[in-house]
Design a protein around this ligand. Structure first.
Ligand code: G3H
Length: 547
């Protein structure tokens, strides 16, 4: 019976891929206008050298076969070309004397606002590329773009506020001073494939607006979605402020880090890769790292939890964008007295999720971009089954091409990989517990410390968990999934999950350092300062109030 169900589901998954005729006209891929482009030194050019094919997880059905198709090409740079991008950023920084790092805050804000308008003009193209490149649903692709634009606008407001607060002098112990935040220098910005635009920009934009110059390496999947925006950078910022490099990280990033010319590393990816990058820098004390890394966020479902809420939030938490979120729920601890009921409700909710192509109305589960991701998911499931678990939901774990129907796996033993490894995909590992201390122990032993979710109704019990958990993770979600937003809240993690804190205002701090001008409050110094301010001779030393 189960065999038939799986067979039917596999056939349904196969049928949900389009043929070349059934792709809706408005969503057909059309990246040809951005073929092999790169931005360096203020100019967008076509790359003449070797290139990489970009293949889409949206497979095409041709008779019985289902195949990924090539939707574009991006440069594959060698070390020399990547270093040229770095040197363009170094020239634009010019030891802090460049046009951009010495520009007034108002001037930098005006440039970012100009950029934002130009970026918005290519929204539809970027959204379409997000769907084709990483399989993100139309709704979520639009959200990613719009959230990024909101983030930029809020960043501008936060910088205005920061600048207003700094547009004054203080006099203390006979010392007159003005404190502002200054850029760090040259920044390397690398984002992840799951939010190729949003997560890259949540470091890129604060870095730029604070006066740094940047080298961007887009993620392996999600590169094309950056391409329509390159011209907006070229049109809005002085040459060399933003430069894009492409290619194998192993080949081009090593030399860049080893050059010692990077002052800030903004990297969202694995802790393993972050460790390599940091160690490559010859002068570690001159490198500031802002890192968003792996996580294994667990949920605790207590016996008195509202199961409707817990199931709804666990499904969203574990399966939004097919579980490919660093904030995703990656292991559920459910009290032994309610685990059977919980699993029944969870299975029903998971099996009701629509699976299909990103443009299908209401779709929740979509193709996976990473090569052989369904195979990797199946291997995790088999490993857990070897340790005594089973797949709870009908059809769970069925794969076809790049589609993988989510598997709820229970009971996952502490020896199974799914207990400790971040699966980053549509598998929901569940285990039962008797005593909340098991959950606290898991959190304490884990290599990661980003967030947890706690489901229950008893305020005293929840409070007893909050206190120790607050010393192990960076966000405790009560009766809610784990998540990053709203972007005004601090987003960080402990242990191998993060370094530095991001939020609209924290990111401005991450990419800057406080600098101050100070003088003895003598008549002579006061006169000098007065004249600098009155004559508007400095971008740093002034009392302008940005409205
Ligand atoms: O993958 C990590 C993202 O920052 C998660 O953001 O919780 O808003 O999906 P999100």
């Amino acid at each position: 019976m189960q065999g038939n169900t799986d067979h039917d589901l596999a056939a349904r998954l196969a049928a949900s891929f389009p043929t070349s005729e059934t792709i809706p006209a408005e969503f057909r891929p059309n990246p040809t206008s951005y073929e092999k482009l790169y931005l360096q030194d203020g100019v967008v050019r076509e790359w003449p050298g070797p290139y990489t094919e970009v293949s889409s997880p949206i497979c095409l059905r041709e008779g019985e076969t289902i195949k990924r198709q090539i939707i574009g090409h991006v440069p594959s740079m060698d070390e020399e070309a990547a270093m040229a991008g770095l040197h363009a950023a170094v020239r634009a920084w010019d030891n802090g004397r460049g046009e951009w790092p010495t520009m007034s805050v108002a001037g930098r804000i005006a440039a970012v606002e100009k950029f934002t308008e130009k970026m918005i003009a290519v929204r539809d193209e970027v959204v379409r590329l997000l769907m084709w490149e990483i399989g993100k649903s139309l709704d979520d692709s639009r959200k990613e773009f719009d959230r990024t634009v909101d983030y930029i606008r809020l960043t501008v407001e936060a910088l205005k506020e920061m600048d207003r607060n700094n547009s004054r002098f203080s006099i203390d112990s006979g010392v007159i001073a003005q404190v502002r935040r200054s850029p760090l220098g040259v920044c390397l910005s690398m984002g992840p494939f799951n939010y190729p635009l949003n997560e890259t920009y949540t470091t890129l934009i604060p870095a730029i607006i604070m006066g740094n110059t940047v080298v961007v390496k887009p993620p392996k999947f999600g590169t094309l979605s950056h391409q329509p925006i390159l011209q907006a950078f070229a049109d809005s910022f002085p040459p060399g402020v933003v430069n894009y490099i492409y290619g194998s990280g192993a080949k081009i990033i090593g030399p860049i880090m080893q050059s010692g010319l990077i002052d800030a590393l903004a990297f969202i990816g694995s802790s393993r890769a972050a460790k390599v990058l940091k160690h490559q820098h010859p002068r570690p004390h001159r490198l500031r790292s802002i890192l968003g890394l792996d996580a294994k966020n667990p949920a605790l479902v207590m016996p008195d939890a509202d199961l409707e809420v817990a199931v709804r939030e666990c499904v969203t938490g574990a399966l939004s964008f097919n579980g490919q979120r660093c904030t995703g729920l990656k292991l559920l601890f459910v009290h032994e007295t309610i685990v059977d009921t919980f699993l029944e409700k969870l299975s029903a909710a998971v099996n009701a999720l629509p699976i299909g192509m990103p443009w299908d109305k209401g779709v929740k589960l979509t193709p996976l971009p990473e090569f052989n991701k369904p195979g990797a998911m199946q291997a995790y499931v088999q490993d857990a089954i070897g340790g005594g678990a089973r797949i709870v939901n009908a059809g769970g774990g069925t794969a076809c091409g790049t589609l993988f129907f989510p598997a709820i796996v229970y009971p996952v033993s502490p020896k199974a990989q799914l207990y400790s490894v971040e699966q980053f995909g549509p598998v929901i590992p569940v285990c039962s517990y008797r005593d909340e201390r098991d959950f606290l122990e898991f959190v304490a032993e884990s290599n990661y410390g980003q967030q947890v979710s706690v489901f229950g109704r008893d305020p005293e019990k929840i409070a007893k968990l909050v206190d120790p958990l607050a010393n192990q993770v960076s966000r405790i979600n009560i009766n809610a999934q784990c998540q990053r937003g709203p972007d005004t809240l601090p987003f960080t993690g402990r242990k191998d999950s993060a370094e530095g804190t991001l939020s609209i205002s924290d990111a401005l701090r991450c990419f800057s350092i406080r600098s101050l001008v100070a003088a003895q409050s003598t008549q002579q110094s006061r006169d000098i300062i007065q004249q600098i301010v009155a004559g508007r001779h400095s971008s740093f030393l002034h009392t302008d109030f940005i409205l």
